[in-house]
Design a protein around this ligand. Structure first.
Ligand code: UGB
Length: 651
């Protein structure tokens, strides 16, 4: 009845269970042949799938799970042998102009220096986007990458990330051209993007890419790797949870899958091979794209793209094998903390690593002043840097580490919720093994010992971190309790506008930066009343670029909305009171000088109580009414001038 693979996997499960007898409900008492045969076949196939997708097979998974569940049930503390300290790291501020120039050897780096060093290295990177999460917390059933980051451009997260990477590719090529690089070398710069999906997100992610012609990426430049779910478990004996008689319940394994998947898919080998100058068989003698650093991004934090270049710059300057982007952490916030874990007896085991938010309080409550995860009264923030979970990893060390015996399978953990917290035997709902991508330092340490250089780079929150993770209702609850980071779609959008207000102000624009007490409540979440500004990645990314393209004499009123897109666009003496969108294509050299805009502009309209709106509107709680806008769109290559009335003149 069963296929060969199904039969083999089932036998392995039965063999593994001979001593434990924890899975008899799965394979025992099957009805006679002829009854429910379909179900038996499909169960055996599912067991074979679970077996194949986990390194070491289903028995290895169950063995690990039993050990971890037993340890959890006994209440053992994974950090028992460690004490957590605040680690040293680099801290960069957008506003820091204390050193004009010079090099890193001076001992300290400014933001601008780090960005410049990053720019030199960005052409030799690969990007990885972890996007297997379903977004249950966000209360959204589609894929998070498809959500509109803001209602001025309506661009979704995936488009923002893709356009950012392509802008980086363009800048790397231009730099190479300016340095006299050959055409072949320039065209070889093709930054690859790998996206990790899961069964929950895979079809819609592929569709989003298909419907948008891969957002401008060439064929083969994007690779999708799909993570598999793992078996859910109902008790400390790791008995498999059955959805029905013939189906094992499965659950996500966590973002930690990404390392093993990159290894298994052959991407790591490909990226390392293309680093090898002597190897020309793959490209018929042509140079391939060189990858010196791999950059990991999460799905819904549009702010973070600003921090990538300076973080890469820090990685290059300090020779970090791994560098996490961090922000000042609010105590109790659902963001991990980067800590230096000192082993009590064996210094070789000490390491800098993320301690996840649910583990931080118990760990801190067991050491020092035993106050737990509380703010430092001096700063109001947790003394530990908050992990934005965007990571820059050095390629050689990464390839070496993934080539080790663990093949990038990071240390797993269990987090069961017990019915009775004292007895700790029965779960409230099935659990599973989980893993996190930021746990890779343990593998670095295993493969490289004390050679492994793990660091972090800290930025202001406004500059780096405002993910959309929580439902509107959860965000509203958080705000009522005094929370400062509700993490909703609306707070993420508002923070993007504020980030751009700040960037424009720094560039000399007469623009108001919304202060905390000026935020207005929309659907229960404090957001900026304006001005709303989007600077597309295709306009400018670096501080220097923004300073170059935003010239003197610009003024933007509080109620205004502004979108700027186009690498050859320069703006001066703009007087904006209303809505303005300027989009210019490649090879368009456009100077806006003295443009005066007066129109009704845009307005946020709150969703009424009980109003029937689509899910993506409901999670935000408002729509954007576009009353009136001046739109200037130029696609034909050439040199243009735009004067006070908005008329486009070729020059
Ligand atoms: N993800 C996957 O690709 N697969 C999975 O199985 C699960 C998730 P969450 P989380 O930024 O504030 C992380 O759920 O795990 C993707 C850090 O661990 O959004 O609660 C998913 O699609 C934490 O240290 O976050 O917490 C998304 O892109 C902290 O920094 C990403 O993984 C926190 O993020 C993260 O998944 C944060």
């Amino acid at each position: 009845l069963l296929s060969d693979r199904g039969r083999a996997a089932l036998s392995r499960l039965i063999g593994h269970d001979a001593t434990y007898q924890s899975q008899v409900h799965v394979y025992g008492n099957w009805p006679e042949r002829g009854t429910e045969d379909e179900g038996k076949m499909s169960l055996a196939e599912q067991i074979a799938d679970l077996d194949e997708s986990y390194p070491g097979g289903l028995p290895a998974y169950l063995t690990k799970a039993k050990r971890l569940l037993l340890e959890s049930s006994l209440g053992s503390n994974p950090f028992e042998d460690y004490e957590a300290y605040v680690p040293d790291g680099e801290s960069l501020s957008y506003y820091d102009t204390s050193i004009d120039d010079g090099d890193y050897d001076a001992g300290r780096m400014t933001f601008a220096m780090a960005e410049e060093i990053g720019l030199r290295g960005i052409g030799n990177t690969a990007f990885v986007l972890v996007a297997g999460g379903l977004g249950e917390r966000l209360g959204y059933s589609g894929i998070k990458l498809g959500l509109e980051t803001n209602l001025l451009t309506n661009k979704c997260y995936l488009e923002v990330y893709c356009k950012y990477i392509l802008a980086m590719q363009r800048m790397a090529r231009e730099r190479l051209r300016a340095d006299g690089g050959s055409d072949e070398a320039i065209m070889a710069v093709k930054i690859p993007l790998a996206i990790m999906t899961s069964d929950d997100t895979d079809p819609l992610t592929r569709k989003l890419l298909r419907d948008n012609d891969n957002f401008g990426f060439e064929d083969g430049q994007i690779t999708i790797v799909k993570q598999d779910k793992v078996a859910a478990l109902i008790n400390v004996d790791a008995s498999l949870s059955m959805k029905d008689r013939w189906k094992i319940e499965t659950k996500p394994h966590g973002h930690g899958d990404v390392h093993h998947l990159l290894y298994k898919s052959g991407l790591i080998e490909k990226w390392s091979r293309e680093n090898d100058d002597d190897d020309d068989d793959d490209d018929g003698g042509k140079e391939g794209h060189k990858v010196n650093h791999v950059i990991f991004l999460q799905d819904t934090n549009a702010l973070v793209i600003n921090s990538i270049l300076p973080t890469l710059g820090v990685s290059i300057a300090k020779g970090f094998h791994m560098n996490s982007i961090c922000i000042p952490r609010l105590a109790g916030e659902a963001a991990g903390a980067i800590a230096r874990l000192e082993h009590k007896t064996d210094p070789e085991k000490s390491l800098v690593i993320n301690v996840e938010y649910n583990q931080l309080d118990p760990l801190l409550s067991s050491q020092g002043d035993r106050k737990g995860d509380v703010p430092d009264p001096k700063t109001g923030y947790s003394p530990f840097p908050g992990n934005a979970n965007n990571i820059v990893i050095e390629m050689d060390a990464y390839a070496k580490t993934l080539g080790g015996e663990d093949q990038g399978v990071v240390v797993e953990f269990v987090n069961p919720k017990y019915k009775d917290d004292r007895a700790r035997t029965e779960f409230k709902k099935p659990t599973r093994l989980e893993c996190m991508m930021q746990d890779i330092p343990k593998l670095f340490q295993k493969e490289m010992g004390s050679e492994a250089r793990i660091g972090f780079t800290m930025f202001d929150r406004w500059f780096t971190f405002s993910p959309a993770k929580n439902s509107l209702a959860a965000g509203v609850e958080d705000v009522k309790k005094g929370g400062k980071a509700p993490g909703t779609m609306s707070s993420a959008e508002s923070d993007k506008y504020i980030q751009n207000q700040r960037k424009l102000k720094y560039a000399g624009v007469d623009i108001h930066i919304t202060t905390e007490d000026e935020l207005v409540s929309v659907a229960g979440i404090p957001v900026t009343p304006g001005p709303r500004v989007i600077l597309c990645p295709g306009f400018a990314i670096t501080q220097r670029e923004i300073m170059d393209k935003i010239d003197e004499g610009n003024r933007i009123s509080k109620r205004s909305s502004l979108v700027l897109e186009g690498e050859g666009l320069r703006v001066k003496n703009l007087d904006l009171d209303g809505a303005l969108v300027i989009r210019t294509g490649h090879d368009c050299d456009v100077t806006v000088d003295g443009l005066v805009v007066r129109n009704k502009g845009y307005e946020i309209v709150e969703v009424g109580e009980g109003e029937d709106v689509p899910e993506e509107v409901a999670i935000r709680g408002y729509t954007m009414k576009k009353h009136e806008v001046m739109e200037i769109i130029i696609n034909e290559p050439g040199k243009y001038h735009i004067g006070p009335d908005g008329e486009i003149k070729r020059v």
